[in-house]
Every structure is written in C-alpha cells, then in structure tokens.
Ligand binder design. Structure first.
Ligand SMILES: Nc1ncnc2c1ncn2[C@@H]1O[C@H](COP(=O)(O)OP(=O)(O)OP(=O)(O)O)[C@@H](O)[C@H]1O
Ligand SMILES: [Mg+2]
Length: 266
C-alpha cells in the first residue's frame, strides 16, 4: 500500500490525486504539489511535516477553498471545500493570519459570528479568551499584543463557531517553548472534548508526535507525501511523554525522513 493512502471508512478530508502548479509573473511554472492522495478520517488529528516550500500551506489552502487544484480534487465529507467554507464549518488559523487591526481582541474573536450572520455568543467568546489566556486583553487592539498573543487570539477565533474541520498552519510558531507546550496541552484538551477533524502544519517533530493520531512527512518541491506514521500513544498525553524512549525513537525516525540526504544512508 502506498504510504500516503491509508484509508479510513469515510474520509472527512480527501485529496484525490491533487497536483498544484503556480505560474510566476515571468511565465515560469512552479510545481508545488504532485499527485497527493490524502485521506483524513472524521475526528482524526493529522500533523503535516516537511521542509520549507514543500507545499504544506498549499494543501491547507486547497482544503480551505482558498486555492483550486490544478489536477485532482479536494473534498470535505464528500462535498467541495467551497461549500463547507460557505456554511462556516471550517476553523482556520493560518501562518499569515490577520487580525483586524481596528477591532479589539474580543471583537476579532467574535468576527466569525458576524461573518456567518449569527448572534455573537459572548459567553463562548469569553470562554475561549480564557482558554488562550487573553481575558485581560479582550479590549486591547492587536498591535498592543505580542506575536504569540496574536497567534493565541487567532486560535480562539478559529474555534469560536465550533467547526467540523480545523486547519492550523504553524499556529504556535511564534511562541516560547513553555507557552507552546501549554498551548499543545490545551489544544489536545479542546480536540479531545470535541474530536474536531484537524490538520496541523508544524515544523516541530515533537509537537506533531505529541498532538497527532497520524504524522505525514512531505518531500521537498514538488511536494509528495513520503511517510505516514500512526502515533501509538494513549490520550490524554502529558508533557512527560516527550521523555519516553518510544517517543524519542519515533521523533528520530521522522527527523531522518525530513533529512533527504541522510535518509538513504542510515
Ligand atoms: N501564490 C503563489 N504563487 C506562486 N508560487 C507560490 C504561491 N504560493 C506558494 N507558491 C510556491 O509553492 C511552493 C509551496 O509553497 P507553500 O507555501 O505551500 O510551502 P510550505 O510548505 O507551507 O512552506 P513553509 O514551511 O515555508 O511555510 C513554494 O515553492 C512557493 O514558492
Ligand atoms: Mg507554509
């Protein structure tokens, strides 16, 4: 079986033979993704690792209906990502997420309610702000927050409508190690409570192993899925798991897969 096509009974996210090319201003073609087959089961948490520029964000943008594939198709629970996005069932926190600078943090987190034309559930907004440790900053403007605090606000915003599918692109990249670990534990808690189908892009092997049911490794451009690893640890997972010898063994394995020059020469 191809490593990239482990199948569940009914994929919540399905990329079927997806390729993506971009045309640059000078007419050159960049082949970002090549023939990606990816199935993510309902309620599954999948982490995506790979070198910079291999197409991780492109995969997320395809699932979020922000891009269309050049070949193949992407579906979410059998329908087009566009439809899922229109019905506000997608929660998204991206690398280049933008909080609206003129709105305070509570209003930024409330924004999805307004976009969806729903009444703002203030209690839900307060709960999420508490969850990400920003209660005291609900009236602050984004520019008055640090980068990591803005990331946390963006995660709160992605969760506010209780999405069916959560797409996270390096959501913890700007956080210090301690806060990052706390956010990992929190994200696991949120995910365990609601079992939201989640696709997380990260550069951290430890974060991927700590959070995910399955870790995928991509090769450099054009991106392909070269490794698909089921993570065997029970939940809830505690930070002490990162000292477990099996955790280290899996981390070494994934790190090796990320280093193409060494992968063939063990
Ligand atoms: N809008 C675009 N126009 C042209 N090329 C693009 C565009 N978006 C992405 N690319 C190219 O597609 C490739 C994949 O980009 P992508 O952003 O998906 O990488 P990534 O794996 O998320 O990298 P990183 O880890 O650095 O965030 C890169 O070579 C990039 O230059
Ligand atoms: Mg990216």
């Amino acid at each position: 079986m191809n490593a990239s096509t482990i199948s569940g009974p009914q994929p919540a996210i399905h990329l079927d033979g997806v390729s993506k090319s971009y045309t640059l201003d000078n007419g050159d073609e960049v082949r970002a993704l090549d023939d990606i087959d990816l199935r993510i089961g309902k309620g599954e948490f999948v982490a995506l690792l790979g070198p910079s520029g291999c197409g991780k964000s492109t995969i997320l943008r395809l699932v979020a209906a922000l891009e269309a594939p050049s070949a193949g198709q992407a579906t979410i629970e059998g329908v087009s990502p566009n439809l899922v996005s229109k019905t506000h069932r997608l929660g998204v926190a991206f690398q280049d997420h933008a909080l609206l600078p003129w709105l305070d943090i509570a209003s930024n987190v409330s924004l999805p309610f307004q976009i969806a034309g729903r009444r703002v559930d203030r209690q839900r907004v307060s709960e999420l702000l508490a969850l990400v440790g920003l209660t005291e900053f609900e009236n602050a403007k984004p520019r008055q927050l640090s980068g990591g605090m803005r990331q946390r606000a963006s995660i709160a915003r992605s969760l506010v409508l209780e999405p069916d599918v959560l797409l996270l692109d390096e959501p913890f990249g700007a956080l210090d190690a301690v806060t990052r670990r706390q956010m990992n534990v929190e994200l696991q808690r949120i995910w365990s409570a609601q079992k939201i189908t989640t696709l997380l892009v990260t550069h951290s092997v430890d974060e991927a192993l700590f959070l995910a049911d399955r870790v995928l490794v991509m090769s450099g451009r054009p991106g392909r899925i070269i490794k698909d690893v089921a993570v065997p640890f029970d939940r809830p997972r505690l930070p002490s798991l990162m000292r477990d010898p099996l955790f280290h063994a899996l981390a070494d394995d994934l790190t090796l897969a990320l280093e193409p020059n060494e992968a063939g020469h063990p």
